[in-house]
Design a protein around this ligand. Structure first.
Ligand code: FE2
Length: 345
């Protein structure tokens, strides 16, 4: 697209006449509306966990989980300050729950994922089932399902919350309902969903009632084992290493309707090829050490660090030691709309 045509006194006068009628000339803004390629304002950014953790613990002394409803420090993209967003469509935050605390039950149309960063033994309850969480576990609270969290362990627990808040807000499609009780009734034993839906089998007459995976905890132990087994074949993708996506076992689709999630293994001394895609991605380093190069920037990551690769930003992953990265993005939304693109090299 060319730049906007020059402004003349006659044109300026015409534009002023249009304004009270709530109209505007397209040719003044067309070049900014329809661009040759994505031009996100989002920038690469990394939060090092050892720098963030003291602030999280201070928030724990400042406010209870009950009073806060959710005690979370939002991870904001510096280019979207004040917008509670890590990318244009995704929210990310670090949630702290201290021993004995409860984050009360509620439900909302926004979907949420939890990626466990620190601690062991706190639970997330979804629709009457509690799942106890360990580092690296990927947990889903599907759209419009009751959920609450509690920490029965004797240590603080921290996880990354990933939600589609900015996307749902853009669509003006958000609803929320607080629960009547702090914690919901437990109606099924822990592990029920994983056994019922996550063993490569499904109950014979079961029909999905939602667009989200019926499995709501994908334990890290299983994910890691799969990667460990697969790496024996040494079939490394030049950009991604060994990359798996979390799926809904009932459909083969991404596990959640609005967010895609992934786990990838990079071998020691991996020097990834350049890659870009239209989905802005939030990453968490689970194991290892390395860096992601984006343009002139180098995001050096270690375990528990969180970082963002913006939409259509060419980048490459480099691992010093064998590394595992979790990530999530809006890729599944873009795929459904026929918008998702990638480019290698
Ligand atoms: Fe929630």
């Amino acid at each position: 697209m060319n730049d906007a045509p020059p402004r003349t006194p006659e044109r300026e006068a015409f534009y002023r006449e249009l304004a009270p009628h709530h109209m505007a000339p397209l040719w003044e803004v067309l070049h900014a509306l329809i661009t040759r390629e994505p031009l996100t304002p989002c920038v690469p950014v990394i939060w090092h966990y050892d720098e963030v953790r003291p602030y999280l613990l201070r928030s724990g002394a400042l406010i209870t989980a009950k009073e806060a409803e959710r005690r979370v420090l939002i991870l904001e993209n510096p280019a979207l300050a004040g917008k509670s967003a890590a990318t244009h469509t995704l929210y990310a935050g670090l949630q702290l729950i201290l021993p004995g605390e409860v984050a009360p039950a509620h439900r909302h149309s926004q979907s949420a994922l939890r990626f466990v960063i620190e601690g062991e033994g706190a639970y997330t309850a979804v629709d009457g089932e509690r799942t106890y969480m360990s580092p690296g576990d990927f947990i889903i609270t599907p759209s419009w399902t009751w959920h609450d969290h509690g920490n029965d362990s004797d240590k603080p627990m921290v996880w990354l919350d990933g939600l589609d808040i900015p996307l749902v807000s853009f669509l003006d499609a958000g609803f929320m309902e607080p629960g009547n009780a702090e914690t919901q009734m437990v109606t099924r034993p822990p592990g029920d969903s994983l056994a019922r839906y996550g063993a490569g089998l499904l109950p014979v007459d079961w029909q999905p009632s939602s667009k989200t995976s019926p499995v709501f905890n994908y334990p890290y132990a299983r994910t890691r084992k799969a990667l460990e087994q697969m790496k024996r074949q040494q079939e490394w993708d030049p950009c991604h290493g060994l990359k798996l996506r979390y799926v809904n076992p009932a459909t083969g689709e991404h596990a959640m309707p609005t967010m895609s999630s992934f786990m990838q293994l990079l071998p020691a001394d991996f020097a990834g090829s350049s890659y870009r895609s239209t989905d802005g991605v939030v990453y968490v380093c689970v194991e290892g050490e390395g860096e992601t190069r984006i343009g002139g920037e180098r995001l050096h990551w270690r375990p528990r660090d969180v970082f963002v690769v913006p939409s259509w930003a060419s980048h490459s992953h480099h691992a010093r030691t064998e590394s595992v990265l979790f990530s999530f993005s809006d890729r599944t939304v873009q795929e459904k709309l026929g918008l998702w693109r990638e480019q290698r090299g």
